[in-house]
Design a protein around this ligand. Structure first.
Ligand SMILES: O=C[C@H](O)COP(=O)(O)O
Length: 330
């Protein structure tokens, strides 16, 4: 049985200072030695949703934890300033105030909002004073095939406009061609262009062919200074999956074991159900430990997950809730 992912105290934590990955030289021997046992990973991933059982009393705590880890996202061609302002209002108050009051968890927010570069100024203004970071996708998202100098310039403009987190997309071709040096150099330059901003490397795993490529790309991006590794843009035909997540999480664990550096993880794309969110949180807790269940080291990239979590929390409060269960970890 899973224990709660959170306590009332840590849900109320102020914005954590994001850790910075200084990176290291490209270690080709290490990269080449990385393997991924696809069938073992798939077998393990297949057991995850089925055997998760979260005691009802703890569900609200897990779901509130998930809310604090969402990069609330809109990345659509028809985004408008009005839509982004509504998104930011939702990030400030992600769950109905009465529900939060009933759970004694007022004041929680999402981890960040995630938007296109064009919308950064609007989001920064709408979130003023909230402490909620603005994350921009800024390198010719989602394909990442615009000229390299323009991708670097886009990062610089997003940072200048107030984005404190930059989600970059890697060049998939470097992975598919096994050109790890080119991937490392690209990531390194993007990292430098981010300055003080936190950088998440989107691998677009659905386009990388094999889990071994996913593992190697994860490692190279971390060596080059990625603060987070992120599965997908949400625009590939296959986005976040549990086998890919296991592969990336284990790469994070190996990197931490070897260097002592904490790199964050962001599954993104197609995560829209509360029960899936709990599966991901449980996976992180099992494979990386509770330290990675804070928003400085874990985010969901999701545009519609919050709606389902809200529905489940309302149901919890109106349907099953009893005073005896108000503080599952209190
Ligand atoms: O980075 C976030 C993803 O684009 C969101 O994908 P989604 O709309 O499938 O939740």
């Amino acid at each position: 049985m899973l224990q709660p992912a959170t306590t009332s105290q840590d849900t109320h934590l102020p914005q954590l200072t994001l850790t910075r990955n200084p990176g290291m030289d490209l270690d080709m021997n290490w990269v080449r030695s990385v393997q991924a046992n696809t069938s073992a990973i798939e077998r393990r991933a297949a057991t995850l949703p089925a055997r998760r059982s979260v005691k009802k009393d703890y569900q609200a705590a897990w779901l509130l934890k998930a809310v604090t880890c969402i990069d609330l996202t809109t990345l659509s061609g028809d985004d408008t300033a009005a839509r982004v302002r509504r998104l930011c209002a939702k990030a400030r108050q992600p769950v109905n105030a009465q529900v939060l009051a009933a759970l004694d968890m007022p004041g929680i927010t999402t981890g960040a909002v995630c938007i296109y570069h064009e919308m950064v100024e609007t989001a920064v203004a709408a979130l003023d004073g909230s402490g909620i970071p603005v994350a921009a996708v800024s390198t010719g998202f989602p394909a990442g095939l615009s000229p390299f100098d323009l991708r670097i310039e886009e990062i610089r403009r997003s940072v200048a406009a107030g984005a404190s987190e930059i989600d970059i997309v890697i060049s998939r071709r470097h992975v598919l061609e096994g050109n790890w040096q080119a991937l490392y150099d690209e990531m390194r330059e993007m990292r430098a262009a981010c300055g003080e901003a936190h950088v998440k490397a989107i691998l677009a795993t659905g386009e990388l062919g094999t889990l071994r490529n996913v593992a190697r790309a994860s490692l190279v991006c971390m060596m080059a200074g990625a603060d987070f590794i992120k599965t997908s843009t949400g625009k590939e035909s296959v986005n976040a999956t549990l086998p890919v997540s296991l592969t990336m999480i284990r790469a994070i664990r190996d990197y931490h074991t070897a260097t002592g550096i904490h790199v964050g993880y962001k599954p993104a794309g197609g995560i829209s159900k509360a029960k899936d969110a709990i599966t991901y949180l449980a996976l992180i807790k099992e494979e990386l430990g509770a330290r990675w269940l804070q928003p400085d080291l874990f985010r969901f990239g999701a545009s519609s997950l919050l709606g389902d979590i809200e529905r489940q929390l309302e149901h919890h409060v109106t349907g099953n809730y009893s005073a005896a269960h108000r503080h599952p970890m209190g």
